[in-house]
Design a binder for this molecule. Sequence first.
Ligand code: ACO
Length: 322
Amino acid sequence: MTYSRITGTGSYLPEKVVTNHDLEKTMETSDQWIRDRTGIKRRHIAADGETTSDLAVHAAEQAIDAAGIKVDDIDLIVVATTTPDKIFPATACTVQRKLGSSGCGAFDVQAVCSGFVYALDVADRHIRTGGGKTVLVIGAETLSRIVDWEDRTTAVLFGDGAGAVILQATDEQGIISTHIHSDGRHEELLHVPQGASQGYDQTRAGGAYIQMNGNAVFRKAVGALDSISRETLAGNNVAHGDLDWLVPHQANMRIITAAANKLRMPLERVIVTVDEHANTSAASIPLALDIAVRDGRIKRGQLVLLGAFGAGFTWGSALLRY
Ligand code: ACO
């Protein structure tokens, strides 16, 4: 039987750091308000001209090194992003070129903050059905480009970054199961209300920026993370006490705490990095995973649950033996 397993992780945060105190100087907010409501202390912002593919390539190079493979070994590149470099081609193709690769398949997945889990689902199935042996899966975002920096209700929440994993075929179980869901009925609670097909009109109120009903999103996020965790554990006959780590989408400390409480996971077994980089959407789970692997918290053989929630709404999970 063929399984897929994570053999290397990587991540990248842009050099420029914007703290809550920096934001106090440009909008009516405070470090205290942001920390109390979200747990966020700072975010990283891409430099002028630095694109999503640039961030993705840094993270990918680390993951490739960690897995001990060569770029030519990669059979497929999947990039989860909501902030592609261009409308087309797919950012995955740009990443492929920048890595010095050609010929393998490359495409993007758009499921907003759940994008990495969706991409992992595709990559795992690709390997298990014999489509290839080595897949590079990346979550990368430059959300700062679609944030309205005059809207304090959203601007304080987001940041830029990238995370990546190498997934390889193996006969030992790595990815145990993946689960993905969506519900398009609540689109307007969290969206950027413009696009290639609807048209762009920067004079329209709001522009091509994130718009969100924070309270409604909060409730949906907690409920969805709870239901997807239960579904995943029940589907695999695993008890919450068997889990070594929960790696949730890093949107907001209050959402993470509420989701962990519902799952009866003590916070010591939850990976939290949102304080350091804010919500990086599709990059958030692979970023948190890489940070926890590199600092030695997540170890080989441990049982890890990834849980995601994002606009769409989309939500999903992956249970894996690291
Ligand atoms: N600084 C200071 N005050 C602010 C700020 C700010 N940055 N933003 C809003 N306020 C004010 C509001 O104007 C309001 O003032 P008022 O009482 O005078 O009207 C007050 O703070 C309270 O506003 P609420 O929106 O009720 O604040 P709430 O406690 O709900 O916190 C938050 C807002 C943090 C957005 C919360 O709703 C939340 O966490 N939502 C989840 C959304 C999220 O994390 N989205 C990320 C994207 S989705 C995803 O990744 C899945």
